[in-house]
Design a protein around this ligand. Structure first.
Ligand code: PLP
Length: 396
């Protein structure tokens, strides 16, 4: 191979540049250090509930190892999804024409962008960001335009800021609620305003609702597709990874109008043909089997969140209890340190891994934040991590 020749496509170079590899840098920093507690990783601590695993084993024993048609997803699974969307999200989706079972929300994000975004089209995405969202936009030549989530607004998308960011090139408003990496949950009135903007400016709305079940206190999750006249212009994504502790199964789904679904199916087939057969059977069991596991995990996560907020604030690590998801995006400015220095020192001196807030932002204004995941380790490990954080801060 000629060493001089550059074989890489511009696309991947763009992604690498956008890749802000602080997460990898943090892992590198703790390589070789024993007993680090990782509060960075975005995967819940639980293993998948037993009845879901049993369904997967049964599927294998029954020979469910072939391609699954239709490519949009196993029919009983799409029917169960339609039922769930109707009852829990207030979205009336036709299982045959308005749902695609995807390889996680991750595939759905890329299917959406590949189907709808031309080079130069603008997509309004929240910042701090879930980086695969803006990268998916960039990968197809689109332009992510950031709308800032601010601590003062409990990290909820500010519809007025969204409005200011709209140009003639804007095609889509992208919402994540409950939000990663901030834990903000959009309120009904926020979504009412987004609805108004999308209708007035004739825009699509894409919502990532993967954390819909990780919602705390008396907060409510609202699906914007259920708002009047929004179903046709909204693409809603949902997952199994977080609600059912199924990150490794790579299964999720989206719902949209039949025309969009038809076109997105063409891309879905091109990318993956169809979702994994065993995972589809497991997902069917997840939706139709007992749901106490979801509530048990939610309650446990809420307790962990409360513990963490109660212990971080007295140390000068400022955070309100996030209303959803599994992250605390905390402000360390009272410690006279920026987030990246705090996270690096915490990792090497206290053996607790957290992510600098700037991992998730390229605009200014997020230097003072650090993101902690309160669900990624056992309760014992979380207590150890909190003891270490306390000792570290007391010594500063
Ligand atoms: N969307 C958000 C906001 C996430 O935080 C994550 C994972 O952390 C995903 C999507 C990935 O979802 P999936 O595992 O279904 O691909």
């Amino acid at each position: 191979m000629n060493q001089e020749r550059d074989f890489l496509a511009e696309r991947v170079k763009g992604l690498q540049k956008a890749g802000l590899n602080e997460t990898a840098a943090m892992l590198e920093l703790v390589r070789g250090i024993e007993g680090v507690v990782d509060l960075g990783y975005g995967d819940p601590y639980y293993t998948t509930p037993a009845h879901i695993m049993e369904a997967a084993k049964r599927a294998m024993d029954e020979g469910y190892t072939h391609y699954v048609l239709p490519v949009e997803g196993y029919t009983p699974l799409r029917e169960a999804i339609a039922q769930k969307l109707a009852v829990q999200n207030g979205i009336a989706a036709d299982p045959n024409t308005e749902i695609i079972v995807t390889v996680g929300v991750e595939e759905a994000i890329n299917v959406i962008m590949l189907t709808l975004i031309n080079p130069g089209d603008e997509v309004i995405v929240p910042e701090p960001y879930y980086s695969p969202a803006f990268k998916a936009v960039k990968m197809v030549g689109g332009v992510p335009v950031y709308t800032q989530l601010r601590e003062e607004r409990d990290f909820r998308t500010d519809p007025e800021d969204v409005r200011k960011k709209i140009t003639p090139k804007t095609k889509m408003i992208y919402c994540i609620t409950p939000n990663a990496p901030t834990g903000g949950v959009m309120q009904k009135e926020d979504l009412d305003q987004i609805t108004g903007i999308a209708q007035e400016k004739d825009l699509l709305v894409v919502t990532d609702e993967i954390y819909e079940k990780m919602i705390y206190d008396d907060e409510k999750h609202h699906s914007i597709a259920s708002f009047p006249d929004m179903k046709d212009r909204t693409i809603s994504m949902f997952g199994f990874s977080k609600a059912y502790a199924m990150c490794g199964w790579r299964i999720g789904y989206l719902t949209a109008n039949p025309d969009l679904v038809k076109n997105m199916t063409a891309i879905h087939v091109q990318l993956v043909l169809m979702a994994n057969s065993i995972s589809q059977k497991a997902a069917l069991e997840a939706l139709t089997g007992p749901q106490d596991c979801v509530e048990e995990m939610r309650r446990d996560f809420q307790d962990r969140r409360d513990l963490m907020v109660a212990r971080l604030n007295p140390l000068g690590i400022r955070c309100k209890p996030p209303k959803g998801s599994m992250y605390i995006y905390a402000n360390v400015s009272e410690l006279d340190m920026v987030g990246i220095d705090f996270a690096r020192r915490l990792a090497t001196e206290a053996r607790v891994l957290a992510h600098p807030g700037t991992t998730y932002a390229s605009s200014e204004g997020y230097e003072q934040y650090v993101r902690f995941n309160f669900t990624s380790v056992s309760m014992d490990e979380l207590n150890i991590a909190l003891d270490r954080i306390e000792e570290f801060v007391r010594k500063l």
